[in-house]
Design a protein around this ligand. Structure first.
Ligand code: AMP
Length: 321
């Protein structure tokens, strides 16, 4: 069973990525899984080349530092030739209507002709990511489930038209890992690309900056430490972050914390402790570019080996070569 997940280098890795995804990839992933830095996907909107390259390296270092099996990790663009070839074949398997119906495309393009064409076609690249690696399970949130469904449609159509090449992937609901909200605006998810970084804790933030961000987190004026996400979103988010770091239940933690100051102190201490190791190991890897390059090349080689026969078969059976 191959599970496939990705992180997009659109910004530095934040606490939600770590508690909600990466920590789980490290704990439960196997060498057969695929965890990749989706740098090609980060190009569907305006991007800066140097920043993209540096964020890609940083994210790769964080995944390795967090303990994700290096044999399962790769950078998407290291397979750009294979993915480019398969994307073309899959674009020739997909209709314009299918791509244009994707809710994310409709929302993000909102009828604007100036969006990059890749915003329309990237779900086909995502299908290539999934099908090239023979992934069986793709854990995704609601916003990506439609894209995995498209990958299934394309796999079925290709196999039915040209012959059996692709394994049928399925989307799975990720197990209840933490869902972290923005500290400055708990109505929205913590994200790498938030307009203002005050509410986002980055994995590489130094401890004093983490403490400052937690201390300034939005709470409310009720003055009661209680886990009530609808009525007290800020306080509940802090309790959930604390729960994720200490592996306890938010409601139990609430009972032991007398006031918001105590809550914030506890959260700041727990987050600093949780991130300390991964931050230090990431820094060490970033300071050793040769080692990071070695890990990266090895991951790419493995992913390429795994994909080769499937790409060759897809090209041959669709009449190429
Ligand atoms: P992305 O930031 O969209 O590249 O997502 C990479 C992974 O991190 C995905 O598995 C997301 O579900 C997860 N993730 C991103 N933000 C959060 C968050 N605020 N809380 C929990 N998980 C998150």
């Amino acid at each position: 069973m191959i599970r496939l997940s990705a992180i997009t280098p659109s910004g530095p890795v934040q606490l939600g990525n770590y508690l909600g995804a990466i920590r789980q990839w490290a704990a439960e992933g196997t060498a057969e899984d695929v965890y990749f830095i989706s740098d090609l996907h980060a190009m569907t909107t305006s991007h800066n080349p140097a920043r993209l390259r540096s964020l890609t390296r940083e994210q790769l270092a964080v995944l390795i530092a967090a303990g994700v099996d290096p044999r399962s990790v790769c950078v998407q663009s290291d397979l750009v030739r294979e993915l480019g070839a398969l994307t073309w074949v899959l674009e020739c398997t997909c209709t314009y209507g299918e791509a244009a119906r994707m809710i994310q495309f409709k929302e993000k393009s909102a009828g604007r002709d100036s969006v990059r064409l890749s915003l329309l076609t990237y779900p086909v690249l995502m299908a290539a990511d999934i099908l090239l690696q023979g992934a069986n399970e793709v854990p995704v949130g609601d916003d990506q489930a439609q894209h995995v469904e498209l990958a299934r449609v394309l796999a079925r159509r290709f196999n039915g038209t040209y012959g059996e090449v692709f394994a049928m992937p399925r989307s799975v609901v990720p197990q209840t890992a933490a869902r972290v909200r923005d500290l400055a605006d708990p109505t929205r998810k913590m994200a790498k690309t938030a307009p203002d970084s005050a509410g986002t804790v980055f994995v590489l933030d130094p401890p004093d900056l983490v403490r400052r961000k937690v201390k300034r987190a939005v709470t409310d004026d009720l003055g009661v430490v209680r886990h009530d996400p609808a009525g007290q979103p800020g306080v509940s988010n802090l309790l959930e972050v604390l729960a994720a770091c200490t592996r306890k239940e938010p409601a139990d933690l609430a009972d032991s914390l007398p006031d918001y100051a105590a809550l914030k102190d506890a959260v700041a201490d727990a987050v600093v402790e949780e991130l300390r190791g991964v931050r230090e190991r990431t820094r060490a890897l970033l300071d050793d570019p040769a080692e990071l390059d070695r890990v990266r090349a090895h991951g790419a080689e493995r992913a390429r080996e795994r994909a080769g026969h499937r790409l060759d078969a897809a090209l041959r059976m669709s009449g190429l070569g």
